[in-house]
Structures are given as structure tokens and as C-alpha cells.
Design a protein around this ligand. Structure first.
Ligand code: TXA
Ligand code: MG
Length: 353
């Protein structure tokens, strides 16, 4: 795919092209920068090529509804090692395995508790990762040597098409952490993936462009290896939603004793210094809900109308701060028990540099 330009099938709306996505369907996929050499156009043949690249042990960055992932064949140790190298991430950290449908769950996980099945039925495909006891397919290079494995079915049309095609070509699941350098801000556009990882990808690696991610922060991670669910990382699937579905009160903890970079106290950090809930000064960047005015001389980076929109624009705003060489970014911690919990979690960690 490297060097191949997207084939324009213009529908007259500049910046949007009508492309055939999977056989028999057409979708509008937006990709902003046609000059970028190795961002494909997500046609059926591009998705097929990308799945073949994965089968061949190459890397493919792909969109999900949360953030972009950097994918490799989850059954191929050499391929998964390439992810660690490209990210600059320690090799003993676990990665999430992405599958296209629930029928493939028992390939990777066994002894699945009833409440986990309820969660899977309710929220997959969606922004939720379940940690479950592993099968022999989930090797130590996927689980970081732990006896459990993280599984997710994402809800994004290009990402799902890639996973399905990969399975059709004989694969069992795609290992994919967020497509950023270790400790940095997760990418929510293909262009951000290119900026983060472009120089670390190999000649046959690819980036699939599926537009901006709808949710904008990473999936809720729920440990389902005990008698009650434990939220390891908050996300769009909230504690209240888990309780409604399972009738079990989930425990929320960031202090579990496992190797999980997203659970480290410092993560999701831009180059700028992030300061929370203080008054910004002239020249500082500022991220807050739209109801909060911008103090004079302050550079407004985002004015989301509600917490969902806040989650969606947060990482793009942090990235923009770095692009504009802003040294200090002030962010408002949103209140509430919805996705605001995830925003507070990520902002707190990004401020903890
Ligand atoms: O939304 C998401 O989850 C995105 C998209 C690409 O799916 N992925 C993502 O992956 O955020 P990553 O690797 O950046 O963060 C996943 C977190 C890491 O902190 C990892 O250590 C933890 O999940 N994790 C993965 N497998 C685990 C396991 N078996 N036990 C405990 N934690 C696990
Ligand atoms: Mg990550």
C-alpha cells in the first residue's frame, strides 16, 4: 500500500469520497490528506490488502470507535514484537486482542463468567475490553505472562471490516494497543497516527484511515476473572451501565498489581505541561466546556458542549497544543459519573508527567 494513492471516486463533496467498503455496500469515508503516502482509502481491496499484510506479519494501524490501534496478528510473536518496537513500549506489557464477533471469544478465553457474557451481549461491538482467563492461543507475548487475556470487539465500520477480513484469511484476532509512542497521547485520527508512528513503521506496514474516532478515549477495561467485575480503566461503558446489566456493583480501581501502562500514574501525556482546574494565563492553552469563557490572551483549544464531545475532542486538543508549541495547557475536569470519569482519569494521568 505504501506509495499507492487513494483512487478518487468523487461524489462531488470535496474532502469526501464515495468508496466501496465491503462487497455490496458503499459508504462515505472521509480522509483529509491525499498526499500522505501510506494512508489507504479503505476500499474493499485496500482492506483485503491490509488483512493480508497482517497475515504476513506486518503492522496495520486501524480505526476503532475509541482510538486508533496499531494491529498485528495476535498469534504471531514476531509481528507482536514489531508493535512493541514501533511504540517503544516495554515488551512485557499485555495487549488487547480484537475479534469481529462473539463466536470467536472461546478461541481466546475460557471459564467465562455469566456476568461477562451479559456484558458482552450488551456492549459488544463497543468501547469495552473484558479481561478473561486465557486459552492456549493467548500466549505470554500477548498477556504479559499473566493467565488472562484482554478481548474486545470494536464498533467502527473500517476496523470491523479489517478484523473480519483478517479472520476470513485465517487469522484469529488482531493484537492492538493504541497507536501512539509509549506514554504519549492516543491518536484519534489517521493523521495523528502518522505523526506519532510514521517514522517507526516498516516499508510494508500500513495505516487505514477511517476518519475521526467517535468516542475519543480508550475502552472501559473490566476484569472478569473474579466473582464481581472490576473496572481497571474507565471509559464510555460506565459503572452504572455495568451494574444495570449484571446486577453486580463493579469495583473501580486503578491500583491493581498488574502490568498495564494505561494504569500507570503518568500516561496520555503531551509535550506541554498539563494543569487541571486552575486559571490559565496569557499564552496558555485552555480546554473546557463551552459554558466556560476564555480568559483574555488565552488560546482556546476546545470548547465541547457536553462530556461526550469533551471525550471526543480531548486528545486532538492536546495534540494541537503540541503542534502550536504551547508550553502549558489548562484543562477543566468535568464533573459527573458518565464518560466524565474517563476524562478525569486521562487528564489526571496526563498532568502527572
Ligand atoms: O480502546 C482501546 O482499548 C484501544 C483500542 C485500540 O482498542 N486500545 C488500547 O490499548 O487502549 P492499550 O494497549 O493502549 O491499552 C490497553 C490497556 C493497557 O493498559 C494494557 O496493559 C491493559 O489494557 N491490558 C491488556 N491486556 C490486559 C490483561 N490481560 N490484563 C490486564 N490489563 C491488560
Ligand atoms: Mg494506550
Amino acid at each position: 500500500m505504501k506509495g499507492r494513492r487513494p483512487r478518487p471516486l468523487d461524489d462531488g463533496d470535496s474532502g469526501r469520497r464515495r468508496v466501496s467498503l465491503i462487497k455490496g455496500t458503499t459508504k462515505l469515508i472521509k480522509w483529509e490528506n491525499l498526499r500522505m503516502p501510506f494512508i489507504s482509502n479503505c476500499t474493499a481491496s485496500a482492506i483485503k490488502d491490509a488483512a493480508t499484510a497482517l497475515i504476513n506479519g506486518d503492522l496495520v494501524a486501524f480505526p476503532t470507535e475509541t482510538v486508533y490501534g496499531l494491529g498485528a496478528d495476535a498469534a504471531n510473536e514476531n509481528a507482536v514484537n514489531k508493535i512493541y518496537k514501533a511504540k517503544g513500549r516495554p515488551a512485557d506489557h499485555p495487549v488487547i486482542v480484537h475479534i469481529s464477533n462473539i463466536n470467536l471469544l472461546d478461541k481466546w478465553a475460557n471459564e467465562i463468567p455469566e456476568y461477562a457474557i451479559k456484558l458482552a451481549r450488551a456492549f459488544w461491538p463497543g468501547p469495552m475490553t473484558l479481561i478473561l482467563p486465557r486459552t492456549h492461543l493467548a500466549k505470554d507475548f500477548i498477556t504479559g505472562g499473566q493467565n488472562n487475556v484482554g478481548i474486545r470487539i470494536p464498533n467502527q465500520v473500517v476496523g470491523l471490516a479489517l478484523i473480519s477480513e483478517f479472520e476470513k484469511q485465517g487469522g484469529f484476532g488482531i493484537a492492538a494497543p493504541s497507536a501512539n509512542r509509549f506514554g504519549a497521547v492516543s491518536p484519534t485520527t489517521a493523521q495523528a497516527v502518522e505523526a506519532e508512528l510514521g517514522q517507526y513503521l516498516g516499508a510494508n506496514d500500513q495505516i487505514l484511515d477511517g476518519g475521526s474516532c467517535e468516542v475519543g478515549v480508550e475502552s472501559t477495561i473490566i476484569d472478569c476473572t473474579g466473582s464481581t467485575p472490576i473496572i481497571l480503566r474507565p471509559g464510555a461503558i460506565t459503572a452504572a451501565m455495568i451494574f444495570e446489566t449484571t446486577a453486580l456493583e463493579p469495583v473501580s480501581t486503578n491500583k491493581v498489581d498488574i502490568k498495564a501502562p494505561g494504569l500507570l500514574e503518568s500516561h496520555y501525556s503531551p509535550k506541554a505541561k498539563v494543569i487541571l482546574d486552575q486559571i490559565p494565563e496569557r499564552g496558555d492553552g485552555f480546554i473546557a466546556l463551552s459554558e466556560i469563557k476564555t480568559p483574555e490572551g488565552v488560546i482556546r483549544l476546545a470548547s465541547p458542549k457536553n462530556t461526550e464531545e469533551y471525550a471526543k475532542v480531548l486528545y486532538q486538543a492536546l495534540r494541537r497544543a503540541d503542534e502550536q508549541l504551547i508550553k502549558v495547557v489548562h484543562a477543566q475536569l468535568p464533573i459527573g459519573n458518565d464518560i466524565a470519569v474517563a476524562i478525569r482519569d486521562r487528564l489526571t494521568k496526563s498532568a502527572n508527567k
